[in-house]
Design a protein around this ligand. Structure first.
Ligand code: FAE
Length: 516
């Protein structure tokens, strides 16, 4: 998207060390409101404040990815280039990583911990640039059980519908789904699920399905139907840069600065100070700059917000944060699994956008919501892929290591053992009833509890913050993002993140900005 950008240019690490010992330090800038990040929580907060005439500066460590008429902003899934990956010299997907390239501030990042591989989006739009677009409202009973202090009636009557409207959530037409070769993979998996006695549900998405139908008729540029998803989507997907952030920019009260990476947060007498590095596309610091502000929204995602806040507490720059900061992190029970030798075949043409899930959430012993995922390899693979969400109750914790000056996420060694068993039970039944074997070429044992697409928690609502995302111990310091959710939503999380952010920012604007 077009923004008021100050881009860092051209200094490589070697040039810096040879000629300029330290990057230049620019003068401090003051802003009334700063939002860190440009993902879901950040975009909601920025838009709603801007609509009220409040000026907002957004600092985003990733790049801006403006859509182009030529549809060449992002790289494809097959044969990805440097734009695909955040500062690594090889691709980082859960499997088939044979691609190497020059390090670049690409759009998909993977944070590796001892036990887990956590995927996040980088760039203006955060996770909305790389995710599958599945837009699911959690089952109300489950929502009430995980966030009992939040008024569910208000959420289901007002904020979930608002989030769906703003995000432009829509559904595939059953006629298109049943007839197009691009969803054979989902129909096959559905039929096999039904044969094994499971229920399936259509899952809404932010991908524009009218556009997708035009793609299938070759009337427009093919995006979802031609291998564009986790490395960004060149058309059709209504990511945040086309929804919330576009609306925020229209107010002219929002400025976004890409390639601005926030290093630390400090409380001051009057508000907050941020130490920020402006980086170039090789990840080197071009210049450093301090920013001060009266209101600070830390919306760097579950991983980013937790990292910044845990570091600030441990190093004494925000000493009054409570002990709950860094606690309560979960992976939304994510487990991936694959099945080979699917007799009916899954099709050589596959849409990248998932639209169906096996819904066995009410299973008392092994609750699973398993998204039927595409494997768009442009050839028949006879393989079904699933991204499952389980009720994994285990939680991890972020802690600061003074020796390395790094924040680490720790989970127990057996963190995903029971979640894997839940998914295994589903896969075994699918295999027993339909034939098929575990896809051991994709994952060891055909099933993987290491991969996390849905990091949630670390600054849980009502624990590290009050019930509206205000950090306990401070005034005018907030988070609005996935770090607020208590490690689980039972479905793909961005609609919940958006709806909670809408609820929280409404209250914050009404109460906190009046006399300040
Ligand atoms: P997020 O969108 O992660 O945005 C945080 C932003 O902050 C990012 O742009 C960061 O670059 C930026 N940032 C971080 N640290 C700093 C710093 N120090 N300084 C400046 N900027 C910083 O946060 N969810 C669904 O509901 N449906 C799906 O189909 C789905 N599929 C997914 C597929 C993949 C491959 C991945 C990775 C995720 C998927 N998700 C899906 C998860 C979803 O994208 C995620 O929950 C949200 O993006 C989280 O939103 P937040 O606002 O918390």
């Amino acid at each position: 998207m077009k923004s008021n950008i100050v881009l860092g240019i051209g200094l490589t690490a070697s040039k810096i060390s040879a000629a300029v010992p330290l990057p230049e330090k620019k003068e401090t800038e003051h802003h009334r409101v700063i939002v860190i990040g440009t993902g879901y929580g950040a975009a909601v907060a920025a838009l709603r404040m801007a609509e009220k005439g409040i000026k907002v500066l957004m600092l985003e460590m990733g790049m801006d990815w403006p859509a182009s008429k030529e549809h060449r902003t992002f790289s494809k899934l097959i044969f990805p280039d440097k734009r695909s990956t955040w500062l690594k010299s090889h691709s980082i997907l859960p499997f088939a990583n044979v691609f190497t390239f020059k390090k670049y501030t690409g759009v998909l990042d993977r944070i590796d911990t001892d036990q887990l591989k956590v995927y996040v989006g980088r760039g203006v739009g955060g996770g909305s640039l790389v995710n599958g677009g599945m837009a699911v409202v959690p089952k109300r009973a489950y929502f009430e059980s995980i966030m009992p202090e939040i008024n569910a009636a208000e959420m289901y009557d007002k904020y979930f519908p608002l989030a769906n409207r703003m995000l432009k959530v829509n559904s595939i037409s059953p006629r298109f789904f049943e007839t197009t070769p691009y969803y054979k993979f989902a129909r096959t998996a559905r039929d096999q699920a039904h044969k094994a006695g499971y229920k399936t549900v259509f899952v809404p998405n932010v991908y524009d399905f009218d556009y997708m139908e035009k793609e299938s008729r070759k009337e427009v540029y093919q995006s979802a139907l031609n291998g564009e998803v986790v490395y960004g989507n060149n058309a059709g997907k209504q990511s945040l840069d086309k929804t919330y952030l576009a609306a925020a920019m229209k107010t002219k009260n929002v400025e976004i600065r890409p390639l601005y990476s926030v290093r630390s947060i400090h409380s001051t007498k009057t508000g907050y100070k941020l130490e920020v590095d402006n980086i170039n596309t090789s990840g080197d610091t071009v210049f450093s700059q301090d920013f001060s502000c009266d209101f600070l929204f830390v919306c760097a995602g579950s991983m980013g917000t937790s990292e910044l806040m845990v570091k600030a507490k441990a190093t004494g720059t925000l000493p009054a944060l409570n002990q709950e900061v860094g606690e309560g992190w979960g992976n939304n029970g994510n487990v991936m699994a694959g099945r080979n030798f699917i007799k009916q075949g899954t099709g050589s043409k596959q849409s990248c956008i998932p639209t169906m899930a096996i819904d066995d959430w009410d299973n008392k012993e092994h609750p699973v919501f398993a998204e039927i995922s595409p494997m768009p390899m442009k050839m028949e693979t006879w393989t079904s892929l699933y991204l499952a969400i389980t009720k994994n109750p285990n939680r991890g914790k972020f802690s600061y290591n003074a020796l390395t000056n790094k924040v680490n996420l720790k989970v127990a060694e057996n963190f995903s053992t029971n979640a894997i068993a839940d998914v295994k039970q589903l896969m075994d039944k699918l295999n027993n009833e339909n034939g098929g074997t575990y896809a051991r070429l994709l994952f060891k044992h055909g099933i993987n509890g290491e991969i996390c697409y849905h990091p949630l928690g670390g600054c849980v609502i009502g624990r590290a913050t009050d019930l509206y995302g205000r950090f306990k111990g401070y005034e005018r310091l907030y988070t609005c993002d996935g770090s607020l959710l208590p490690g689980s939503t039972g479905v793909n999380p961005f609609v919940t993140i958006t709806a909670i952010a809408e609820r929280n920012i409404e209250k914050i604007i009404a109460e906190d900005f009046q006399n300040y």
